[in-house]
Design a protein around this ligand. Structure first.
Ligand code: NDP
Length: 514
């Protein structure tokens, strides 16, 4: 065991992951610290990094929000959410040491005096704690507040690194804009204050182990990449299914819908990773350059293509895992005649040498029968049927992103017996079984990357805008064309019939939600 391994907590050793070298000391200023995301995701992610020896022993977390709160009250809230999250320290109890690093700062997001006080507070923390002037600003407020915070960070001088050896970075939560114009405007405002190299636009899907493993699978193995093209692949299915409804986020969801909330961000990110060419190195600029080329190669959605290739749906009442649930229009905070889509299925074509003629079928929805995110690659069938009368299934390579992270490959095997019957079987790799329980939460991975200054898994200004440029014409077409009669699928089903017809019209079918 290395001396570093011996010095980390038993928890970190048991999970079989810890940072060999702790990150730079820094102050993390979390705007919107009183909110849902901070409680449910960000505090647990930082706690996870702390107990796995990734945060420098001297880090400080400063919660910033309008709600008046003392440091102790903020720590109590953090303790409660960490306990709920099941985040435990060495002996099965919360490691209270983490809480000592938390402080709270109350202020209005557009009050320049509050930012002057924040600056003084950060200077004081630097002097007391030797933080080296390093600052990470995390925007976890509703998106309409982002421009005001960015402007104030600029005016107060906090956006600039304090010294030539320190850094200042900003993580901006999704959604980044509401359409291409608003994303462009937000980019302009952010880039008036920060340099692009300081900006980390987060999409937490990219922090998931299996998503990153897709790149290792493709580019770190000799057997897959030679087959990864139109000569061998029949089609690709990308599914991001949720069994949950709109939960507490109705106000946001009503103005977003599945196209903005899922397709524009997570699902197009996954598509880019499946379809991209090998980057020269696994560093931010080469990886991002290859990803944006995919977005730029996707056939644009003209109005006639939208009508043929994109299906929208909205759930009605139904039953999920044996429990009766309300329809979308009956959810609290949703308009009784809402035309917001909670489901999208679409066909996408990537017009380049690698993918020409290979359809990508994308599907996402709320209140479906099972929660499941997967990328499924269907290879072409064997061209020559040697075994008369036997229907040969295509080989599937399936990357399960959630809930059970892993990869499986299906192929035909001879079923035992005197007859030549072909039976599909699978080879399975499961993350948990192979590597134990140490798979890290996506937010922890991404915050860690940002502190290390690695932007590979974050979005660049041009690719956010390119993703909006793709979906904007679909949204525009829907605005001009009244929604189909909603609701058009029952909660707990696999989506509207029109989605099945979309893929069946090309002699294919969706993989069942497992
Ligand atoms: P919240 O609605 O919980 O807001 C966070 C905090 O921002 C609130 O506690 C409040 O703090 C402040 N706030 C709320 N509304 C306003 C307003 N109108 N004007 C100024 N301040 C306001 O948001 P979430 O925590 O759910 O989300 C934060 C960001 O993260 C959003 O951009 C969201 O889209 C994104 N996100 C959230 C996810 C989630 O699961 N929650 C998932 C993915 C992304 P105070 O009043 O104390 O200032």
């Amino acid at each position: 065991m290395s001396s570093r391994a011996a010095s980390v907590s038993e928890k970190a050793q048991a999970d079989n992951y810890f940072c060999e070298v702790p990150n730079d000391p820094c102050a993390i200023v979390m705007f919107g610290a009183s909110g849902d995301l901070a409680r449910r995701k960000l505090l647990p992610a930082l706690y996870d990094l702390a107990i796995h020896a990734c945060l420098a022993p001297r880090f400080r977390l400063l919660g910033f929000a309008r709600t008046e709160m003392t440091d102790d009250a903020f720590r109590d809230e953090a303790r409660e959410s960490l306990s709920k999250d099941g985040a435990k320290g060495n002996e099965g109890t919360l490691d209270g040491d983490f809480l000592k690093h938390l402080q709270y700062f109350s202020g209005n997001y557009d009050d320049s005096e509050a930012y002057a006080r924040l600056g003084r507070k950060l200077d004081q923390l630097d002097q007391q704690g030797g933080l080296g002037g390093n600052r990470l600003f995390y925007l976890a407020t509703p998106p309409e507040v982002y421009p005001r915070i960015v402007e104030q960070l600029g005016k107060s001088g906090l956006a600039k690194p304090k010294t030539k050896d320190s850094w200042a970075r900003i993580i901006i939560e999704k959604p980044f804009g509401h359409d291409r114009d608003s994303a462009q405007e937000l980019n302009q405002r952010v880039l008036q204050v920060f340099d692009e190299s300081q900006v980390y636009r987060i999409d937490h899907y990219l922090g998931k182990e299996t998503v990153q493993n897709l790149l290792v699978l493709r580019f770190g193995n000799g057997i897959f990449e030679p087959l990864w093209n139109r000569n061998y692949i029949d089609h690709v299915q990308i599914t991001a299914a949720e069994s949950l409804g709109v939960e507490r986020r109705a106000a946001f969801y009503e103005s977003a819908g599945a196209m903005r909330d899922m397709i524009q961000s997570h699902v197009l990110q996954l598509t880019s990773l499946v379809a991209m060419e090998a980057p020269a190195t696994f560093e931010a600029t080469p990886v991002r350059n290859e990803k944006i080329k995919v977005l730029q190669s996707i056939r644009p959605y003209r109005e006639d293509i939208v009508a043929k290739s994109v299906v929208r749906g909205q759930y009605g009442p139904g039953s999920v895992k044996g429990t009766s649930v309300a329809g979308y229009r009956e959810e609290p905070g949703v308009k009784p005649r809402s035309s917001t889509e909670t489901f999208v299925a679409m066909k996408l074509l990537v017009d380049n040498w690698r993918w020409s003629g290979v359809p990508f079928y994308l599907r996402t929805g709320k209140r479906l029968s099972q929660p499941e995110t997967e990328i499924a690659i269907a290879f072409k069938r064997a061209p020559h049927v040697v075994f008369h009368g036997e229907a040969v299934e295509p080989n599937w390579l399936v990357l399960n992103i959630q809930p059970d992270e892993g990869i499986s490959l299906s192929f035909g095997a001879k079923a035992p017996g005197s007859q030549m019957h072909i039976h599909p079987v699978t080879m399975d790799f499961q993350y948990r079984r192979a590597f134990g329980a140490g798979s890290r939460e996506a937010y922890a991975t991404l915050i860690n990357d940002c502190i290390r200054g690695d932007a590979t898994l974050f979005d660049r200004a041009d690719s956010v805008e390119a993703a909006w440029a793709l979906v904007d014409p679909i949204l525009e077409s829907w605005r001009n064309d009244p929604a189909p009669p909603f609701p058009n699928y029952a909660a707990g089903s696999e989506g509207p019939r029109a989605a099945d017809e979309l893929i069946a019209s090309e002699w294919r079918r969706w993989r069942p939600l497992a």
